[in-house]
Design a protein around this ligand. Structure first.
Ligand SMILES: *[C@@H]1O[C@H](CO)[C@@H](O)[C@H](O)[C@H]1NC(C)=O
Ligand SMILES: *[C@@H]1O[C@H](CO)[C@@H](O)[C@H](O)[C@H]1NC(C)=O
Length: 500
């Protein structure tokens, strides 16, 4: 015994969960939240560390379930500017205590388990926050499909992602059906990148034939209808395999949103995610002088102002279960591995089709959303922590504050009046990327402390990052559970083609 009743006590905070906002104190012992007590009542207990939240909000640690780190180059010459170490360091500085990143299987690799092991090797001992993996399925052959059971039973991997675009990863509809059927049998939750790859390749050729190469044409090559069409198709394919639950990732388009909402209203287990880039950026951000617009090139591209409003409404009214970062960083000023690999003598403002797709955002997700003033705080917690934890089998050890049950993963924010607006600059951030697409924005609040399993890993005013890259732990995840999502699958029993 070390003589202390508690490891950490947080007093004088206003605690927010997905359900409640109330002032209470929190006591932490052996990595767990162990006691919630009336505000101020724990101020003088015998704890190793007492943190005065000073009237600031206290929220569960962020869970970011869409993160790309240190993936092998699959799309031309661009490679991620963040490793597990730098990406997760950035995560904790932005209040995120758990991530689910991708374990990519290339088209040449028949085994998912091999792809998983290679990803473990990159992450192990290199993560500041807790982490899990989704399999990114590029080659759903016989071997890969036969490994689904091992993923859930032994590896703690209960979700995967498939693509309807990108030459290196695009699956045909029959392959998608095979994945959904096997996912259904093994209770694996399937994430879908829905854009029609064949159509966008054709549009890209049309633009190139007109010698239109600059970054802004990235949006012209991927108009909203591509996303709406593929979303509709993904929903149809899920319905065919007895309503296997799927999640549409990074939704940006009102047409896709409407289709998702309709399917949900009809009782289909269709879930959706959006990202800060569709709430804070527009296509105008791609239309900057020279090559500058490449900083905001991601897929789907940011849309117009009216679309942004539809997406905000969808976050508020539950159409979107989660808001993730889709952190997928490439350096801007880097002609070897970054955005500028697509510039040559013939293409002085680059060539949009070869710009590495993706933007950084793991650290700015929570501060941007928290400061937006557009979400009730309970909704903020729901879409950034609680729902991601439920959807990806981490609840209630993550995403909640249940005494004796939840890990002591917490963010303490500044009290409203204590912090003048911060002007966001890339130099404040802890990733290894040379820009942020949100440079110069005013942000009203920032995580003051981030606590991971009872340890202060980020103290903005006293030392910054205090955590260590060996502290993050691999999370073996259980099955997804949100809104009784497997119920329709249960009702329909084994998939039977003769019943269609
Ligand atoms: C919820 O938001 C979506 C997207 O903005 C919209 O299509 C839908 O009509 C809204 N539903 C309700 C019930 O307000
Ligand atoms: C911070 O910025 C918001 C608008 O973004 C403004 O309404 C608010 O007054 C600013 N607060 C301070 C303390 O400057």
């Amino acid at each position: 015994m070390d003589g202390f009743d508690y490891d950490v006590v947080i007093t004088n905070g206003i605690c927010v969960t997905a359900a409640d906002i109330a002032a209470y104190d929190i006591a932490i012992k052996q990595e767990k939240i162990v006691l919630l007590a009336p505000s101020g009542s724990l101020a003088r207990v015998n704890a190793r560390q007492i943190i005065d939240a000073d009237g600031g909000y206290v929220t569960p640690g962020g869970v970011d379930c869409h993160v790309h780190l240190e993936e092998p180059a699959m799309f031309g010459r661009g490679t991620s500017s963040d490793t597990y170490e730098t990406g997760t360091r950035s995560a904790i500085a932005g209040g995120c205590t758990a991530i689910v990143a991708f374990a990519p299987q290339t088209k040449q690799e028949p085994s998912l388990l091999k792809a998983l092991e290679a990803t473990h090797a990159r992450a192990r001992g290199n993560s500041y926050c807790d982490y899990g993996f989704h399999l990114l399925v590029g080659n759903p052959g016989e071997q890969a499909l036969s490994e689904f059971a091992a993923l859930t039973e032994h590896e703690g991997v209960t979700s995967l992602k498939i693509y309807m675009t990108y030459a290196a990863l695009q699956l045909r509809d029959d392959q998608i059906l095979s994945v959904l059927l096997e996912a259904r049998r093994n209770r694996i939750f399937t994430m879908v990148h829905a854009e029609n790859g064949d159509v966008l390749n054709w549009l890209t050729d049309q633009l190139e034939a007109k010698k239109l190469f600059s970054p802004k044409y990235h949006s012209h090559s991927r108009p909203p209808v591509l996303e709406a069409e593929a979303t509709n198709r993904a929903i149809a394919l899920s319905s065919l395999i007895s309503n296997t639950p799927i999640l549409l990732v990074h939704v940006s388009d009102p047409g896709a949103t409407l289709r998702i909402r309709e399917a949900q209203s009809n009782g289909q287990p269709i879930f959706a995610e959006t990202c800060p880039q569709y709430l804070f950026l527009t296509r105008d951000d791609l239309d900057k002088p020279g090559f500058e617009g490449a900083k905001c090139v991601c897929s789907p591209p940011p849309r117009d102002k009216a679309s942004q409003e539809v997406i905000w409404t969808g976050v508020r009214n539950g159409t979107f279960a989660v808001v993730s970062s889709d952190h997928c960083p490439f350096n801007y000023d880097d002609a070897e591995r970054g955005k500028k690999t697509c510039i040559d003598d013939e293409h002085p403002v680059g060539r949009f089709k070869e710009i590495p797709n993706g933007i950084p955002g793991i650290e700015t997700r929570l501060p941007l959303l928290f400061s937006s003033g557009k979400l009730p705080l309970t909704k903020f917690v729901e879409v950034t922590s609680t729902n991601p934890a439920k959807l990806y089998g981490l609840y209630p050890s993550k995403g909640s504050m249940i005494p004796g049950v939840s890990d002591a993963d917490l963010v303490i924010w500044y009290p409203d009046s204590k912090l003048p607006n911060i002007t966001l600059t890339n130099s404040m951030l802890h990733h290894a990327t040379d820009y942020t697409p949100y440079e110069g924005r005013k942000i009203a609040n920032w995580p003051r402390y981030t606590i991971l399993r009872g340890r202060v890993v980020w103290d903005r005013d006293n030392g910054g990052v205090l955590g260590e890259k060996s502290f993050g732990r691999f999370l073996k995840r259980g099955p997804s559970s949100l809104d009784r999502m497997w119920e329709t699958v249960d009702e329909q029993g084994e998939f039977d083609v003769t019943k269609l």
